[in-house]
Structures are given as structure tokens and as C-alpha cells.
Write a protein that binds this ligand. Structure first.
Ligand code: SAM
Length: 399
């Protein structure tokens, strides 16, 4: 069936309509004239793949990765990077409009197109090492990945032929690429050469190295990082993301700040020099213990941490000047949203990795807050994901 693609959907797929039904087309760009083959259909929509291109988009990029259609790591490798950034910025604008959010959307911030990730999860079976194919458990064997930094690619090459490493493998590096760590399962023949390659090794769930964490950095701050802790994956852009929070805190000059979903305490510590006190909350024990060490490492004596779920402890707070939130993709739960509104801080800085839950939460918060702006950050180039920072100020300053 011959169709012309109208636009991209939120997951980077082409959209067209067939008999008034929406059809999502894999690997198709706006204005492309293509033959498609329907691969799935239900009452509401269809999914299709392209069987022939009559006219390709002038923004179609050469596919520089031989695993692209197989591994499921990237969604937008076939689009010029400059157009990917435009698409992501527009996606924020469209959703702001759709959810009736009254705000300004600023220009997207971006940096490296490739080799930006400091973390990878792979699977190994025999000498096959790679990603799981989309919606399957079969391994797409890779030699390297365009998304991870050059050090991780070298380490992938190194462990390729180490037979004792099997199953799921996690590799992370520090942002300066000086340090690395690996977690894997394996048979009894532990390969001691790994000790010269990694600073931290977790083998069958046990740390076998002297060190259990590496030191990484974001801008002017250093942070301890354990294998099981959360850390922003973009090696360079994280600094710009945190600087955006820093610049706002400098302008807003709050005294008491809550850093909700604080991970290893990174944002709270980053801005701690500007405020009287920061309280960080996170429910992952590994994050919490790293956060305590990070506080000492940075001599941030005005920062403290609580190991608990935000929704369990948020009702204990009042008289907070600014609340920073950086929740997982599901956004803020109803209770936390309600309590943030009750605490009624002068300002809220919302760091989000999911546009839909962000819009839902902003719709609620805009009753009492002016949303000054939303700034998109392309933290995950070549995928459809977008990170944003929204800055909110209370409508009436008097409490
Ligand atoms: C997107 S990360 C943000 C981390 C941190 N702000 C940073 O920049 O590294 C979300 C964090 O929320 C934590 N988390 C998830 N659900 C939570 C909850 N209900 N209460 C507290 N923390 C939670 C996770 O452990 C994770 O560290």
C-alpha cells in the first residue's frame, strides 16, 4: 500500500492515516512516499514497516550502525541530528499546547550526538555479546555501540572473548573516563586479567576488588558511585542540566531546599554552596550510602539525606523555600503532588525524563504556580527520549 508520511509520533515512528485509522510506520520520516506492509492492527491503530521508498526525506541520514534495525538501542539514527533536536523541541511545544500548560518552551540544549553514555547493560551467551533484540531474548551480537563512550567500547572488545563472563553484564565509567566498573555473573574460572581493566568488579553479586565504588564528576563536584546506584548517563550534558538548576537557585536564593528523588545526592550537593540547607530523599539504599559519602567528599555539611520513599515522609515538611524534584518516568504520585502543594514553597524546579507525566503534574501544579519556562535537554541523543527542566514560581508570594 502506497502512503505519504505526515509527521513523527512521540516514539520517532512515522504517522500516516489509512481509511481514517492512524498507522505508525517504522523507519519512515515526514513527507516520505513509501510502500508499507501492515504488521499489526487492532480497532484503534495499525503498525507497519516500509517495503519500498519512492521518495526519501532530504533529512534522512545514512545509517552508520549495522545493528540499527535489530538491537532496539536507537530510534532516530535515520534522521539528521539537527532535525532530531528540532523534533524533540517541537514535541515539548505540542504537548504544552495539548495539556494547556501556560509557559514558554526554551530552545533545546544538546551536545554530542554519539559516544555520550557512561553506562551499558549487555547480555552474553558464549562469545555472543550484545543487546537483546526488541521484544525478545535473543542477543544481537555487537562489536561496539555508537551511544556509549570510547572507553566502554574498548572494554566491550576486551570482555568479548572472556568465556567465564556470561549472562547480564553492567559496565559503567566515570565521566572523565579514568575509572570503570563491571558487574557480571560467571562460572568458577574467574579471569584475573579483569583486575587490570576495571577498578570495581562485582562477580556473582560479590565485590571482588578492594574498591567498591569509583569517583566520577559533574562540573566542579566529585561523586562516589557504586554499581547499584543511579547516576545520570550522559557524560557531558549532565553538567549543563545541573548548571540550569544551579543558575535558578542562584537567582531564587532559597534558604531551605528539598531535593526529592535525589539519587546519590548529586543535585543537592551541586547547589549546596548557594543555600543554608538541603535535605535529599531517595528510597534506594545504594544511592543513600553513596550520598552520605558524597556529602563528606564535597564537605557539604549543610546537606542531609533521608532513606525512604518521598510519599512516606513528605507530610513531615513545612517552611521549605524551594523543592527540586527529579522523579522516575512515572512522575509524581498523587500524595506527593498534594503535599508539595501544601508545603507551598516559593519555587519548584522539576527535572523530568518523561514528557507525559511532566505535563500531567504541571497541569496540577499550575493552579498555584506560574510555570516560568520549560527547557528541553537532549540527554539521550538518537533515541526518542527527552529530558526537561521546568521552573515554577508560586503565584502569590505571601504564605
Ligand atoms: C531520575 S533519578 C534522579 C536522581 C538524581 N536527581 C540525579 O540527578 O542523579 C530518580 C531517583 O528516584 C528514586 N526513587 C524512585 N522512586 C522513589 C520514591 N518513591 N521515593 C524516593 N525515591 C525514589 C530512584 O532511586 C532514583 O534515584
Amino acid at each position: 500500500m502506497r502512503v505519504v508520511i505526515d509527521k513523527l509520533d512521540n516514539f520517532g515512528r512515522g504517522i500516516t492515516h489509512i481509511n481514517n485509522k492512524i498507522c505508525f510506520v517504522i523507519d519512515a520520516l515526514p513527507l516520505e512516499d513509501v510502500d508499507i506492509e501492515i504488521i499489526y492492527e487492532n480497532k484503534k491503530y495499525m503498525e507497519a514497516k516500509v517495503s519500498y521508498y519512492y521518495k526519501k526525506s532530504s533529512f534522512r541520514a545514512d545509517e552508520i550502525c549495522k545493528y540499527y534495525s535489530l538491537c532496539g538501542g536507537c530510534d532516530l539514527l535515520h534522521l539528521f541530528f539537527v532535525k532530531e533536536n528540532e523534533y524533540k523541541e517541537n514535541k515539548v511545544r505540542e504537548l504544552v499546547h495539548k495539556f494547556h500548560i501556560d509557559t514558554e518552551v526554551k530552545s533545546i540544549v544538546y551536545q554530542d550526538e554519539y559516544f555520550y553514555r557512561n553506562k551499558i547493560v549487555l547480555h552474553k551467551d558464549g562469545n555472543n555479546i550484545g543487546y537483546y533484540q526488541k521484544k525478545s531474548n535473543s542477543i544481537v551480537s555487537i562489536d561496539s555501540c555508537l551511544l556509549v563512550n570510547k572507553k566502554i567500547n574498548k572494554l566491550i572488545e576486551y570482555i568479548h572473548n572472556i568465556d567465564s563472563i556470561q549472562g547480564e553484564i553492567l559496565i559503567r565509567t566515570s565521566n572523565d573516563l579514568e575509572h570503570s566498573m563491571i558487574s557480571f555473573f560467571g562460572n568458577d574460572n574467574f579471569d584475573f586479567s579483569l583486575l587490570s581493566m576495571f577498578d570495581v568488579i562485582e562477580y556473582n553479586k560479590k565485590i571482588v576488588t578492594k574498591e567498591q565504588y569509583i569517583i566520577t564528576n559533574v562540573g566542579h563536584k566529585n561523586y562516589y558511585l557504586s554499581l547499584a546506584s543511579f547516576f545520570q548517563v550522559n557524560t557531558k550534558l549532565t553538567e549543563k542540566l545541573y548548571d540550569e538548576v544551579y543558575d535558578n537557585i542562584r537567582l531564587l536564593h532559597p534558604k531551605i531546599v528539598l531535593d526529592l528523588y535525589c539519587g546519590t545526592g548529586t543535585i543537592g550537593i551541586y547547589i549546596s554552596d548557594l543555600v543554608d540547607s538541603v535535605i535529599g530523599i531517595d528510597n534506594n539504599p545504594s544511592n543513600y550510602y553513596d550520598a552520605i559519602n558524597n556529602k563528606k567528599l564535597n564537605q557539604s555539611n549543610n546537606v542531609s539525606f533521608i532513606l525512604d520513599s518521598v510519599e512516606n515522609v513528605i507530610d513531615n515538611f513545612q517552611d521549605v523555600d524551594c523543592i527540586i524534584v527529579d522523579p522516575p518516568r512515572k512522575g509524581l504520585d498523587k500524595k506527593s503532588l498534594f503535599e508539595i502543594n501544601r508545603i507551598n514553597p516559593n519555587s519548584i524546579i522539576y527535572v523530568s525524563c518523561d514528557l507525559f507525566t511532566l505535563m500531567r503534574d504541571l497541569s496540577y501544579l499550575q493552579k498555584n504556580y506560574i510555570i516560568k519556562y520549560i527547557k528541553p535537554f537532549n540527554m539521550f541523543p538518537r533515541t526518542y527520549h527527552v529530558e526537561t527542566i521546568s521552573v515554577l514560581c508560586r503565584k502569590t508570594i505571601e504564605k
